[in-house]
Design a protein around this ligand. Sequence first.
Ligand code: ADP
Length: 220
Amino acid sequence: KAPTSDENVAVIGLGRFGGQVADSLTRLGHEVLGVDEDPKLVQQWSDRLTHVVQADATDEEVLRQIGMTEFGRAVVGIGTDIEASVLTVLALTEVGVREIWAKAISTKHGKILRSVGAHHVIYPEATMGERVAHLITSRMLDFIELDDDFAIAKTRAPRDAAGRTLAEIGLRTRYGVTVVGVKKPGTDFVYAAPDTVLPGNCVLIVAGTTEQVQRFAAAT
Ligand code: ADP
């Protein structure tokens, strides 16, 4: 039985980014159609993805021929060639793909992608670069910025926190951040409550606006 279109994902452009997306989707159990105009890449990926086709994805007619109308979701990993990236998103919109994800290499590129119909625009270098900057300059161990300027971070606790309860430390009043979880070294995370006592050397999951989370993680 053919899987429903929701389980199928087309990945267009099997470069470093698209290739990684296609590979991860396959490992997560999805049927993946890989598309690239480069015959060498198509050859390389042929035994790793469900289907791989050599085609120019900027052409709406070509997309129809390779069965793109069966796909509910597509990821466009073309970046360097901005013209090809934009035309591909446009062609996908025209064949009626419901959910289009596209990689952008600059803010302007991203703006154009949105205007031609991309539902989600990803900036891999900018996002990863920002994360690394946070990780190397603060108590942060991990950092995810969600939409609308809201972030969640895994951080080490401030030095003066050990042995006190969350209510006593008052991080929400002082920094605006909400502590979601607390982890003692060598144990699992537990949900935070006002009377949770912070053990020494513990790790916190905190949520708040990006600025609040940053300010909290930078304070000693
Ligand atoms: P990365 O930096 O992630 O490797 P690139 O932009 O360098 O991204 O690679 C994009 C891939 O998209 C390349 O493998 C290229 O052959 C492919 N590509 C570019 N234009 C088209 C197109 N019109 N149709 C199909 N594939 C394309």
